[in-house]
Design a protein around this ligand. Structure first.
Ligand code: DGL
Length: 276
């Protein structure tokens, strides 16, 4: 679709992917990045497969138009529901030289090494959990590991509405962590399988039994991207290197700028765009 060098695209339904971009830019500061949050249509977690696929592909096409040869879908829900179709059905015909990567496989590749008991908890959106993507991916790499999943449908809305630090959030943190641990008390490793959840890391950690380690995936995805670029110099050389980052949202840019700093850890400037 395009031949010039361009930035690496990082996509999420809203703000969550910023927790991943933060880790990626820390590990690979030399590249250019553009981030898109589909805030106008967030959350994706409760939407159908077809809708998430449709929204995600529209956004991926937007990245391609901006000159991105490589797009990271930094959203578990979109990775679970749209990535395979995009990789297998869309890219070969519509953008065979471009690559779209997700966050589930990199996390599944390493999470099995972190557990001593062989019991791993996955906390994600309803869409991610219903897709069973983690179950299937982890079993490929660690067939001996048992995976226990817990949908946490209230967490993204709480975070997107900046209510996650309030007392009301404690109720839903206690509810979902208890429901997860009730599935199997031998769970010793829990993955935050939604890029929004790191904002509630401390609350979630405090609600889990002390022996349970809680894993955020941003650093894992960043390391995996670094390896990918080393293994694929033909893609790496299409990614421009001026250490820049641009931010776009499908909703109000002033609101985005205000909220984004919570996820990204520093102030940013954003532009509103229209998709579809
Ligand atoms: N950050 C997205 C994820 O990782 C949130 C999903 C949503 O929009 O509901 O799943």
């Amino acid at each position: 679709m395009q031949t010039e060098n361009g930035p690496i695209g990082v996509f999420d339904s809203g703000y969550g992917g910023l927790t991943v971009l933060k880790e990626i830019t820390a590990l690979l500061p030399q590249y250019d990045y553009i981030y898109l949050g589909d805030n106008a249509r967030t959350p994706y977690g409760s939407r159908s497969f077809e809708t998430v696929y449709h929204y995600t592909w529209q956004c991926v096409e937007w990245f391609f138009k901006q000159g991105c040869s490589l797009v990271i879908v930094a959203c578990n829900t979109a990775s679970a529901k749209a990535l395979r179709t995009i990789q297998q059905k869309n890219l070969p015909f519509m953008a065979p030289n471009n690559r779209v990567l997700g966050v589930i496989r990199p996390s599944a590749e390493v999470i099995g090494t972190m557990s001593k008991t062989g019991h791993i908890g996955i906390m994600g959106t309803q869409g991610t959990v219903n897709s069973n993507s983690y179950l299937l991916e982890i079993q490929k790499f660690f067939p001996e590991v048992q995976v226990w999943q817990q949908a946490c449908p209230m967490w993204v809305p709480l975070i997107e509405n900046n209510e996650h630090t309030q007392l009301g959030a404690d109720y839903f943190v206690a509810k979902y962590t208890q429901q997860l641990m009730a599935q199997n008390s031998a769970i010793d490793t829990v993955l935050l399988a939604c890029t929004h959840y790191p904002l509630m890391y401390n609350k979630i950690k405090a609600a889990l039994p002390a022996q349970v380690q809680l894993i955020m995936q941003g650093g894992i995805v960043a390391k995996s991207l670094k390896n990918y670029l080393l293994r694929h110099p033909e893609i790496a050389q299409k990614c421009s290197k001026n250490s820049s980052a641009l931010f776009f949202t499908t909703d109000d840019s002033a609101i985005f700028e205000q909220q984004a700093s919570l996820f990204y850890g520093s102030n940013i400037q954003a532009q509103q765009i229209e998709i579809g």
